[in-house]
Design a protein around this ligand. Sequence first.
Ligand SMILES: Cc1ncc(COP(=O)(O)O)c(C=O)c1O
Length: 387
Amino acid sequence: MAESRFDFDRVIDRSGTQSEKWDKYRGRDIIPLWVADMDFLSPPAVITALHERVSHGIFGYTRPPEELVEAVLCHLSREFGWDVAKEWLLWIPGLVCGLNLLCRAVGSEGDEVLTFTPVYPPFLSAPGLSRRSLVTAPLLLEGARWVIDFQALERAITPRSRLLLLCNPHNPVGRVWSRSELEALALVAARHDLVIGSDDIHAGLILDPEKRHLPIAALSPETARRSITLLAPSKSYNIPGLGCSFAVIPDPELRRAFRATQSGIVPHVNALGYTAALAAYRDGEGWRQELLEYLRGNRDLVTEWMGRMPGVAMTHVEATYLAWIDARQLGCEDPVKFFEAAGVGLSDGADFGGPGFIRLNFGAPRQLLIEALRRMERAVIEKRRGC
Ligand SMILES: Cc1ncc(COP(=O)(O)O)c(C=O)c1O
């Protein structure tokens, strides 16, 4: 393997930075492996670009830089084989904001929004906040792999269904949806005239080298016309606190509706967000490739430890830095509290529509991750012994 240029092993103290992840357990000996940001420095190119922008000293209203638009189009074409026109891009400060916007932009009050569970919690809250009804179809565990249950999806569709919210790659089950799965979904959407809102925030984090991210909108012009795809450099380059994201909306009518919904309410992307995004897409590729290598190692480690811990089961993580772990056989009422007591902070599966599951964020230096896994193993073994 080529020598590493970036130090993902370095443990960096994040205290005093108002980190949501770390401050939750401030003053307690709990390793936080919950909210989805990583404990790694951002790419050096991003840090340098931010320094340069800050040293200019004027932070006025800022338009999306033309170079950023070019860098995004180039990234989408190179990474996903997706040719996007620049007028299809709308800039937004975050994907949760994007999910809520698209629920409001599609259909009308009382319409139904479909999604698959378990899923990232804002998928479950955005429809209600937007005066739509949430309808869920559970994913199916087929062998050791989570798949879409197309029969459950068909059963969930009614004449009020307008929007299908897709998470691709999927948080929390870590699936990279295949071409055939996406084609089948696109057929369902066409048959029932659904708009597809696809959150592709984790698209740059495909861990299995033989897999490739495919945005559903890239399948065909027909599917593109009924799709709104949300993307950001935030997860792949570890800059989620800088709030620079975008929606890709090929259809002019949908674009108009999305823009009208955001108008006067959603703020501009901030100047530093644009700067970081440009540096990430233009100059961060070498860093991202090394990150993926490091995350693969972390994923394999988590898989190995979970494989030998009694009472927990984990499926293969094809993408993201999030492991979805079945803790129902552990025999504790609240697995999050149980592991917090052991010194590890995890996300509660119940918030994702998967009670009894926990989500573990392995985007951390290996030393920290190993210590967390050690604590979890010790707790599980002690529980088995009835201590
Ligand atoms: C699928 C998914 N969408 C959106 C977000 C959050 O996006 P943002 O911080 O841009 O609102 C996350 C963060 O974990 C996520 O996993």
